[in-house]
Design a protein around this ligand. Structure first.
Ligand SMILES: [Fe+2]
Length: 274
């Protein structure tokens, strides 16, 4: 059996999820429904555009001018997609119901992603983004370089082939257009030293669920015990708590809708306790 791996030598990977599992579809449908309701006022004034907004010539101008475009947080004109619960994006719609249904989706998705990786190598996922792309929605060329690390995006396209993820391979410099299947999983590495420029366009209806992914998060659970380790029973209880936090606990507490770039010190803190 081959497992997925977050390998910097392969900074972009994609996976067609086929029909996805019934559990994932059901959790996603709840998100779609809430997004359409919460986003309705925005949808009424939505201005569709064509795919010239993500043409390669725009990227070439950015590259020639040596400019970086970080993302929506710093460039409000970058997209007309309808986003939810991002503290860093002024236009993002704050909606508690969306947060709730998204958490349920995250629980299902975390389990499915964990199964696709080798044991103890499953990434730790943190909420990063929720977007509804009505027909004529786009996300212009950008790098996300302000928040380095791995990203995982799950997308659903109502009409496969009518939406796409376009990116510049940071290794070869080649620009590729990855058409959406109905359900797709995409992994990519945001590394300011080797920017992975990307853009999105949708001509039907597309939803995307984004995560920050920490590939080495589980290392804390397999480190050897330190000499000053507490008594065994206490140690096991602590290990149990750590496993729960890594595998099952929601990444985010109420009132903290996102952690765009969770910091390593937390992992070190966990390491000290085992
Ligand atoms: Fe992005």
């Amino acid at each position: 059996m081959s497992f997925l791996a977050l390998d910097p030598k392969r900074p972009y990977q994609e996976l067609d999820l086929g029909d996805a599992s019934a559990e994932l579809r059901e959790a996603a449908e709840a998100c779609f429904e809430v997004a359409r309701r919460a986003g309705r006022p925005r949808k009424e004034t939505f201005q569709p555009v064509d795919d010239s907004t993500v043409e390669v010539a725009i990227l070439e101008r950015h590259l020639a001018g040596n400019v970086d475009v970080f993302g929506l947080a710093s460039d409000a004109e970058l997209s007309n997609a309808i986003g939810f619960n991002s503290r860093h994006v002024a236009a993002s719609i704050r909606d508690g119901e969306m947060r709730r249904v998204r958490r349920s989706f995250d629980d299902v998705l975390r389990r499915e992603v964990a199964r696709a990786f080798a044991p103890a190598r499953a990434p730790l996922l943190f909420w990063a983004a929720d977007y509804w792309y009505p027909a004529g929605a786009y996300m212009g060329w950008h790098t996300n370089n302000r928040f380095p690390g791995w990203r995982i995006y799950v997308t659903h396209a109502s009409e496969p082939g009518r939406s796409f993820f376009r990116y510049r391979d940071p290794l070869s410099g080649e620009v590729r257009t990855s058409l959406d299947a109905r359900w797709m999983l995409r992994f990519f590495l945001v590394d300011p030293k080797r920017p992975l420029w990307h853009a999105i366009y949708d001509d039907a209806e597309r939803f995307s669920f984004g995560y920050m992914a920490h590939p080495r998060a589980l290392d804390a659970a397999v480190l050897p015990r330190r000499p000053e380790t507490p008594p065994l029973a206490r140690d096991l209880r602590r290990r149990g708590a750590i496993q729960l936090r890594l595998h099952g606990a929601p990444a985010l507490a109420d009132g903290a809708p996102e952690t765009p770039c969770p910091r390593r010190p937390r992992a070190r803190l966990l390491t000290r306790s085992i």
